[in-house]
Design a protein around this ligand. Structure first.
Ligand code: ZN
Length: 342
């Protein structure tokens, strides 16, 4: 199989505010361009576990004390579950990446955001550090990332985003403890989508799905559902002027054992622990960025980064909670046809 040339940007090499190569891909309708059957995914330019360890150490060392790195515990294979904290504001924000090990670019995006927040003297970065305590988990599932699979590996090969009721995996137990200790009020979970469907009713490639709800909104507090939609609205605003990124709404789901679901609902905890209530989290959503694009890694990282930074800024200055939800409420769903086929 022919390896596809990758425009390797290098870890953290793109710079946070680099211009977007928007619309760089040739147009193929419907729903393309697509990864071809004979296309080999190159992982050479994607952050692996060793890169995470090295980059977190470097970012911490050069942050002048703004970034603290710690481990929440160990994975099934014994890797440390690294997280970093930046800022000392009153609102704690949980930013989680790569719970699915083969969803590659969220790790890089999370590291870029952390580096920016830890090193930038800009008023915006300072405002985030003063308004928020941002907890960054660049690689929730290091074993799955190393194996390049969605799930965990040991002792169970399961989807870690379906394990916050059973807590069968040490990763789930460790990150639940961190959640219980920090009690974040806002959460954002970064994913890739498994196919590249179109935006419903159009021939536009769906590049970015917003998951404002992991459970039926009827089970959320009204305030949680509102804040989730407000986070989504800020996301749409941030991406609306950004190249030709087409957005869609994630299909309606009701998955109670997902991480964000249990953070929002409370009520389940590892054996021997006291469950938390539903009043911890004010709101949490997830992003799904188009899957590995090979020729556009920097762009994929950027469309994680741009809306995440916008949500952080809005959370820090409080404007998030004044946002309307009109654009989200009008956002089309994704059409789930496979890439390149109607
Ligand atoms: Zn995922």
């Amino acid at each position: 199989m022919a390896a596809v040339a990758v425009l390797a940007t290098g870890l953290l090499g793109t710079g946070l505010l680099a211009a977007a190569p928007a619309g760089a891909d040739p147009s193929q309708l419907p729903g393309g361009p697509c990864i071809q059957d004979d296309q080999t995914e190159s992982l050479a330019s994607v952050a692996g576990y060793g890169d995470v360890v090295r980059e977190l150490g470097r970012i911490e060392r050069t942050s002048q004390g703004r970034v603290a790195v710690d481990s929440a515990g160990q994975s099934g294979e014994g890797r440390e579950l690294w997280y970093a904290t930046v800022g000392d504001g009153p609102t704690t924000f949980w930013l989680q990446a790569r719970i699915h090990g083969n969803e590659l670019h969220s790790t890089e995006a999370a590291l870029q955001i952390l580096e920016h927040l830890g090193s930038s003297a800009s008023p915006a970065a300072r405002a985030i550090r003063e308004g928020l305590t941002v907890v960054v988990i660049p690689m929730y599932n290091p074993d799955g990332a190393t194996a390049n699979i969605r799930q965990s590996t040991t002792p169970n090969r399961i989807d870690l985003n379906r394990d916050w009721e059973n807590f069968a995996q040490p990763e789930s137990v460790a990150f639940w403890h961190l959640f219980a200790e920090l009690q974040p009020e806002l959460g954002l979970d970064l994913h890739h989508m498994s196919s590249a469907p179109r935006v419903d009713g159009t021939d536009d490639l769906n590049q970015f799905q917003i998951g404002a709800r992991t459970v039926d909104p009827a089970r959320l507090l009204p305030s949680q559902w509102l804040v989730g939609r407000q986070m989504s609205e800020v996301t749409i605003d941030a991406l609306s002027g950004f190249g030709q990124t087409h957005l869609a709404r994630y299909p309606n789901i009701d998955i109670t054992n997902a991480v964000l679901s249990r953070m929002l609902l409370g009520g389940d905890a590892p054996t021997g622990e006291t469950p938390l209530g539903q009043d911890v989290m004010r709101g949490a959503i997830f992003y799904e960025v188009r899957s590995v694009g090979q020729k556009s890694n920097g762009y994929l990282e950027e469309i994680f980064r741009v809306p995440t930074m916008a949500v952080l800024r809005a959370a820090a200055d409080g404007s998030l909670f004044d946002s309307d939800t009109a654009s989200y409420d009008a956002l089309p769903y994704a059409d789930s046809g496979s890439c390149g086929h109607s």
